[in-house]
Design a protein around this ligand. Sequence first.
Ligand SMILES: [Zn+2]
Ligand SMILES: [Zn+2]
Ligand SMILES: [Zn+2]
Ligand SMILES: [Zn+2]
Ligand SMILES: [Zn+2]
Ligand SMILES: [Zn+2]
Length: 272
Amino acid sequence: MKNIYFRILLIMGLMFATTSIIYLQSQEKKTVYEEKILTVKNNYQCTKCGLLLEAAKQPSAYNCTSGGIHQWNNLGEVGQNNYQCKKCGLSLKSMKQPSAYNCTKGGSHQWNSLGEKSQNNYNYQCTKCGLSLKSAKQPSAYNCTSGGIHQWNNLGEVGQNNYQCKKCGLSLKSMKQPSAYNCTSGGIHQWNNLGEVGQNNYQCTKCGLLLKSAKQPSAYNCTSGGIHQWNNLGEVGQNDYQCKKCGLLLKSAKQPSAYNCTKGGIHQWNKL
Ligand SMILES: [Zn+2]
Ligand SMILES: [Zn+2]
Ligand SMILES: [Zn+2]
Ligand SMILES: [Zn+2]
Ligand SMILES: [Zn+2]
Ligand SMILES: [Zn+2]
């Protein structure tokens, strides 16, 4: 008798394991399929408030932070090349030269190609204009928005840790502690390790810093003085949300938590 029960249990166990594997495989396929659909994105900029978004379709027009509705301008497909407009300073990643229409400084954008992102990227910052970008090699020097040429400083390889300089406030994802040279506030950067990059949006309600973090980031060295006061806004996802009070923009799985708007009271989230 015992033997029969054992066999029945064994068969049921095997059936359960097989259906679980089939289910997991179908889920995996679905994820890959969904990602493929979502990968074609365009750079949209609102010509009124200047907001830039990477989105699969034209974002919602409601609640422009400059009043009334957003006026979205499609600048073309998102890609691996860094471009900056030398008139308005807008910096973006594009497949090819972005559309020239509707520079927020009037007339047409004057795009400058700053080089390509690839597998291994480095954090570069221009010590004159402060522009920070991820690039496989030193970006082009032409057309610094502070005049003359950019002075690029290689801060080290891009990686899975959040670092912030407590002097200049620059925040980076870095493999290891970034290079100390050439803080834009003078002297050397004072890097603070804020912990591992992860799937939750955290914002400090004092200094406003937003990070994607695996767990609550380190509290030390808030750039507004004392310690950071981290507020978990929920899981990172594919949807763009902006608070129409404080202007904070983030990518979230669902409507972010309303607590602790940096302008006081609660955030008023608008899905874009
Ligand atoms: Zn707008
Ligand atoms: Zn421009
Ligand atoms: Zn520069
Ligand atoms: Zn610094
Ligand atoms: Zn802070
Ligand atoms: Zn807010």
